[in-house]
Design a protein around this ligand. Structure first.
Ligand SMILES: Cc1ncc(COP(=O)(O)O)c(C=O)c1O
Length: 486
């Protein structure tokens, strides 16, 4: 448990003795929740030296705090902030100062309850969270340890990213996604988010037109607003997919697409459609930002070759920026992703990355390089593909049996979520609100709309199943069905 830094602990002159002053000073820290439950207090000797008081003063104050239940003494280990807040303190009338601090304590408690814990925001049915329970963390720890004491990677690093990692990724991307890339064309980033930001900043200027799937990935809307780009939505229709004709008739400077598993409609672009878009980009001298999201987790068919790979075969990959992420195939908190860009764009992208964040955490990159090179990434992906397929099937079965056909799954058999729609009945907001009260996440469909002019006459939502245990799927679907019909 975290040791306490005494920091600004002040002994007030108001009190008769130093002991009492210290008792009140520490109690205030605890009650205000500045010293959190379970934290270790400094030893009596250390605190006495730090505050220039006698050790007896500290011992007396600690004893008094123990008696009143604010701290506890653990044999041979020291003093810790007590797990239980002393109830009498919150309930009984106290002098002025104490009343004030009691209010603060209550406020702190309320605030803490309002902050969602990591578990809440990553739990069922949060979209975009992989199975955190299934990741081989022991192996990952060994790899991190292997590199943790290497001095030669402890200083400033290449902004483009570790050569070992770029080499490993170039092999992986070539064999699994047919991406044409030498390590020199790969740039390591802080997730797909930074990769997309860099890609857009390197190719577009304020006011330039960007075509983007509508509905589409909310995180890209944020970049569009930040860079003041001119967004033109391209409709993605249920089970049909992207309105290719609209793209082909546009003179926009760039197109952002998720061709493997359109987020959130769950459609895919076939090879013919991909080729049409590649041809459009070349004729129009426009850019394609290909976010190859969910390409690894296709359950019904083999994934299509990436657009970058297809274009590369034809010698037309000059206008394609390929974006990848480790968030779904490993875990989100890793915050690593990559860009594969044409050679002539590398320098510009590196200048932007340098300005935004400088280089990337080196030890993590080296561990990841080994994880890819030693085959652990592929093994994990294969294992998870089987596991997610089972979860997906369980979701479909449970939705069918609990919603009597009122809920339709419109997304393809892929990825870590299902997209559902329904007519009439409860609104997507209300369903989501009710679920939140039960600590279940249901993402309303409108989350993915960027002020669309097209009126939608149905409700929709996303249900992520990646981080829900297989056995929990049915009971959880039952629970949200109850809220749906309530
Ligand atoms: C469409 C899409 N692309 C990429 C990502 C991965 O983003 P990042 O690597 O920034 O976590 C996500 C995550 O949910 C996503 O939905």
């Amino acid at each position: 448990m975290q040791p306490i830094d005494v920091g600004d602990l002040q002994l007030s002159e108001q009190h008769d003795t130093r002991q009492t002053a210290l008792f009140h000073a520490i109690r205030e820290k605890i009650v205000q929740d500045l010293w959190s439950k379970g934290s270790k207090l400094p030893s009596t000797r250390k605190l006495a030296v730090e505050l220039s008081v006698s050790r007896n003063t500290v011992i007396y104050a600690y004893e008094q705090l123990v008696t009143e239940g604010y701290i506890e003494s653990r044999k041979g280990s020291g003093f810790y902030v007590s797990v239980e807040q002393p109830e009498h303190f919150l309930n009984s009338p106290q002098p002025n100062l104490v009343q004030k601090t009691s209010q603060l304590a209550t406020q702190a408690e309320v605030a803490r309850r309002n902050i969602k814990t990591a578990l809440d925001i990553n739990g069922g049915f949060a979209p975009g969270v992989p199975d955190l329970n299934a990741f081989p963390f022991a192996k990952w720890q060994r790899l991190l340890q292997r590199h943790s004491t290497r001095q030669n990677i402890a200083g400033n690093q290449d902004v483009q990213g570790s050569v070992a990692l770029r080499d490993a990724l170039s092999g992986y991307l070539a064999s699994s996604r047919s991406v044409r890339c030498h390590a020199d064309r790969i740039i390591i980033t802080a997730g797909a988010q930074q990769a997309i930001s860099i890609g857009l900043m390197a190719t577009l200027m304020t006011g330039d037109e960007l075509l983007m799937e509508e509905p589409g990935y909310r995180q890209v809307h944020k970049i569009v607003d930040l860079l003041k780009l001119n967004l033109d939505g391209v409709a993605v229709r249920e089970k049909v997919g992207l309105d290719i004709d609209k793209v082909l008739s546009s003179k926009a400077k760039a197109l952002y697409v998720t061709p493997s598993n359109q987020y959130p409609m769950g459609t895919t672009l076939n090879t013919e459609q991909r080729l049409k878009l590649i041809d459009w980009a070349n004729k129009n001298q426009s850019w394609i930002i290909e976010d190859d999201y969910d390409s690894e987790f296709q359950f019904a068919h083999r994934p299509y070759t990436s657009m970058q790979g297809l274009a590369g075969k034809l010698g037309l990959d000059d206008r394609i920026i390929y974006v990848g992420s480790l968030s779904k195939v490993m875990f989100n908190g890793l915050r690593l992703g990559y860009l594969v860009v044409p050679e002539h764009l590398v320098t510009k992208c590196l200048e932007i990355k340098d300005a935004l964040s400088g280089d990337t955490a080196s030890h993590t990159q080296e561990a990841l390089a080994d994880f890819v090179r030693e085959g652990d990434l592929l093994r994990h992906i294969r294992k998870m593909r089987r596991s997610y397929k089972l979860k997906y099937e369980s979701m479909i079965d449970a939705i069918e049996s609990e919603f009597n056909g009122d809920l339709e799954v419109i997304s393809q058999a892929a990825g870590l979520h299902v997209t559902v729609k329904w007519d009439g009945g409860i609104s997507e907001y209300e369903w989501s609100r009710r679920a939140e009260l039960d600590n279940i996440i249901i993402r309303p469909f409108s989350f993915y709309e960027y002020g669309s002019s097209v009126e939608r006459d149905w409700n929709g939502a996303l249900l992520g199943f990646g981080n829900v245990r297989l056995a929990e799927i049915k009971p959880k679907i039952k629970a949200i069905a109850r809220l749906f019909y309530q």
